[in-house]
Design a binder for this molecule. Sequence first.
Ligand code: GLN
Length: 543
Amino acid sequence: MSRFIFITGGVVSSLGKGLASASLAALLQARGYKVRLRKLDPYLNVDPGTMSPYQHGEVYVTDDGAETDLDLGHYERFSGVPARKSDNVTTGQIYMDVLTRERRGDYLGATIQVVPHVTDAIKTFVRSDLTDEDFVLCEIGGTVGDIESLPFLEAIRQLGNELGRERALFIHVTLVPYIAAAGEQKTKPTQHSVKELQSVGIQPDILLCRAEREIPVDQRRKIGLFCNIRPEAVIQALDVASIYDVPLSYSAQGFDGEVCRHFNLPDMEEKPNLARWEEISRIVHQPEGTVRIAVVGKYTSLLDSYKSLAEALAHGGISNNVKVELDWIDSEIFEREDAVSYLEDVHGILVPGGFGERGAEGKISAVTFAREHNVPYFGICFGMQMAVIESARNLAGIKGAGSTEFGPCDEPVVGLLTEWVRGNVKETRDADDDLGGTMRLGAYDCTLAPETQVREIYGADDISERHRHRYEVNINYMDRLEQSGLRFSGMSPNGELPEIVELPTHPWFVGVQFHPELKSKPFDPHPLFTSFIGAAVEQSRLV
Ligand code: GLN
């Protein structure tokens, strides 16, 4: 029977609750346990799919086609367990479910209330779709004290009672700030945050205290005393240089040991096997060189918008024993200024996923630069579409080439995706459809053509990758583009949707319609990122 670990946050947001949850999962795995990670998000959107990247950062897509919170990316990168639709729920989804049932008459005339109907729906979600997991880690989004998160806190409080201490654990992540003027660390915000949690009936079992500096033992004892927690269960979580040091650091502070102790597990005195994390940490801290990659995008002012991408590039560095430095460049710059001064020193150029016309011409200029100067180029989703438009205009001579995403266009080399097959089911869309949840989402198979670069990189004929797009490369232009040198090296199994293009005459020029960054892990870097960074290492020897 699964044990449940509930992780809440207090004092301020951005304390790294997601990373803490992901790291704890990795530590439990390192002790041989099977884990699952879930996120409960207190906002009213049904999912983050329709939210601006500036508001919410990246939308993480699962194999089964859910658009989810970016913390699920951390979960998957640290645990290797593929996230599913059933691993992220929002208040919006819970209410949609409750109200649909109310309209259907399922409540048999009852008055629908937050307690018990909404809280029951949350509890059902938390316990749904599980098999033989030893631990289910549930992170509650937001900060304790927010109005929005109250139903979630009430639901996990009830679950704590129903499951009993032997099957439920509450972890609270807080901040112990250092106040320079006083020259000391302050425990009061943590005390207040725990009080807040206690006022809704939850007594945390473990406190994970984020801090810039060591929290002296007597301070930890004080926190324990005021918060009704054993002092050993007040764990200091110090800032570390790389996120991949987090499991090592938290374990050294006894985090996973305390969790095992709470559940009275036989291995509580033993150390987990952290060889995997030690090796990653060693490479991250002692790289043999550095490569610079320009990421030419639109949401560069909020780097959380490209979370998985930045991590996947770092993983490509790990597999090549190099550090990857990223130059985030707002593509609109290239609409005013020449790309040369920005791009001449970089060892690789990447245009990531994106939406809308703004900055698109700048991205196309970056592609032209990469193609003409033989700089490794990696186009992801929108970045692939821009690469195809660039080839259409400048190699195939189709001057009016564009995407219908930007309005009507004479030569729609990229057009609205209106029909595709998922499993045995045909999906159809038109321009007036809702925006939420209607893209081509999730894992789809792709067949790689023989004797192509990607066939070599993957070492397989058939692959599966995650998608999130509404537009596609128009297959009617395929012949003309191939004649001018662009190779369509990956297609959907029915041969109808272009999935990968490459330029055989270029050292490394690949565009993919999917998002390979979503599946990359530090201990299992994605082959495309390994190969791209490898090409950048070659390029660094030339520049
Ligand atoms: N805007 C493009 C589309 O919808 C690309 C999407 C993306 O890059 N994720 O097809």
